[in-house]
Write a protein that binds this ligand. Structure first.
Ligand SMILES: [Zn+2]
Length: 470
């Protein structure tokens, strides 16, 4: 009798969790196949190496055993047994690197929850030319498993690099916002997805646990969302960063306002995981970040999209519609998205973003002018911030702020590849590098939208065949 009641209870709970996970979408496949590695010569192509801002015209590039085996002016590289691809009129560049994603996040909204589909997220990034992603907060065991399956060619997707669960103060961001976005009863378990840092002992233990998992970086959150909620103190932030550095781990720090950015800069953060999106940067913080050459991942499109949801003006790109199911796109499009403004915590946040957005360009231009590297990341998936498509919208948004396209292409390739290692094996078209390559029609330096006209795509030397999508 007792067993029966327990079983019934377990069943009811399982049903609740299933419902909470949201609608399961039958995603159309975006990748038809990942071909085995084969010697390939791309002939007479314009090359953007990633290291250099100026492209090289009329180059031959030979791929062999998953690497770039030769690169030189057209006619100087022997084809041998390689398949030849004519590259005239095309540009070859390193596969894109998205510096801020959440592979396991579902990307739906509370008024139409969808079940997470990390496999679909991975396909969408790859189909958009992204060959590496940095996950900035997700469950390490699942992410390690996905990363391995991608690496072994079992799953089509970009290389997945990830850190541990985010570290944050008790009841600080992302807990209130996460509860507002996640349906009950999932919302009850949000606090199990972060390291809660009360004191220095917690800080050391959390960093040790990331290190024990052999993960390369910690993610720390210093933000006040909603306004007036607790945030990690500068002293504890400094302790986490110092402990990470003692263990040779990098520290990625999420910031909100200028004070958070100042604390991150003073603590010696290696990467700032959002631009300052509330308030104005002070000169001292700009100088600290510039002196340390600390990169800032802007996630500008993500903030803009959130503001547009509340305004009822969010308009998904053609690429977003092509890569994602209407169940993800329609509930946030136009007036339908305005329900976001009614959500607890997030509605108020979106209103703040609406007021603040005119300052973002100036904040970014000041960082850029001071020599702070601006990196390209999206925080996808979030409502209106859809994997793959958001990468191109972010590039466009940063270009509109005034950052030259060649610099953005370098930021989205070589600079992002170097976040953890000064001599990475990917992120550049150079002899010896892993063959993560994007071949596009036209010249993305003249027109960034050329990046979406994909003619060829390789990850680790395996050619990616895209599925025909409507
Ligand atoms: Zn994030």
């Amino acid at each position: 009798m007792v067993v029966g009641a327990l079983l019934l209870l377990a069943l009811v709970f399982a049903l609740l969790v299933m419902r909470a996970l949201g609608e399961r979408i039958e995603h159309a496949p975006l990748i038809a196949s990942m071909e085995p590695r084969a010697p390939t010569l791309i002939r007479d192509v314009r090359v953007f190496t990633g290291r250099e801002l100026a492209p090289r015209d009329a180059q031959d590039v030979l791929l062999r055993d998953g690497r770039i085996a030769a690169l030189g002016p057209t006619g100087t590289v022997e084809a041998g047994d390689a398949t030849v691809i004519e590259g005239r009129g095309f540009t070859l560049l390193p596969g894109l690197v998205n510096a801020h994603v959440h592979v396991m996040a579902p990307g739906g909204v509370p008024w139409r929850p969808v079940a997470p589909s990390p496999e679909h997220n991975l396909e969408a990034w790859l189909a958009a030319g992204v060959t590496t992603v940095y996950d900035l907060g997700g469950p390490p065991p699942w992410l390690s498993d996905l990363a391995r399956r991608v690496e072994e060619g079992e799953l089509p997707g970009p290389r997945v690099i990830h850190g541990g669960y985010p570290m944050t103060a008790p009841e600080s961001h992302p807990l209130p916002a996460g509860r507002a976005l996640a349906p009950w009863p999932l919302s009850m378990f949000i606090s199990a997805t972060v390291y809660t840092i009360h004191d220095e002992e917690d800080a050391r233990r959390a960093v040790a646990s990331v290190d024990d998992g052999r993960l390369p970086y910690v993610k720390v959150i210093v933000d006040e969302l909603p306004e007036g909620s607790p945030r990690l103190s500068p002293a504890l932030l400094a302790e986490i960063v110092a402990e990470a550095h003692r263990r040779e781990l990098k520290a990625f720090v999420h910031v909100g306002g200028p004070g958070d950015a100042r604390a991150a800069a003073e603590a010696g953060a290696d990467v700032i995981a959002h631009m300052i999106h509330r308030g104005t940067l002070d000169d001292e913080t700009v100088r600290l970040l510039a002196d340390a050459r600390t990169p800032v991942i802007a996630t500008l499109h993500g903030f803009a999209a959130t503001a547009e949801l509340a305004e009822g003006t969010y308009d998904p790109s053609e690429l977003a519609r092509r890569l994602h199911d209407p169940a993800l796109v329609d509930p946030v499009t136009g007036a339908a998205g305005q329900a976001f403004a009614e959500l607890p915590v997030l509605g108020e946040f979106a209103q703040t973003l609406l007021r603040e957005r005119e300052r973002w360009g100036e904040n970014l231009r000041r960082l850029h002018a001071a020599g702070v590297p601006i990196l390209v990341g999206t925080d996808a998936p979030l409502p209106g911030v859809l994997p793959g498509a958001a990468m191109h919208e972010e590039l466009q948004a940063l270009h509109e702020v005034g950052i030259p396209s060649a610099e953005l292409l370098q930021a989205a390739t070589w600079s992002a590849a170097r976040l953890l290692d000064d001599a990475p094996e990917f992120g550049a078209v150079e002899v010896g590098m892993r063959a993560d390559l994007l071949l596009v029609e036209g010249d993305p330096i003249a027109d960034l939208t050329a990046l979406t006209r994909i003619q060829g795509l390789w990850r680790d030397g395996r050619r990616v065949q895209l599925a025909a999508t409507p």
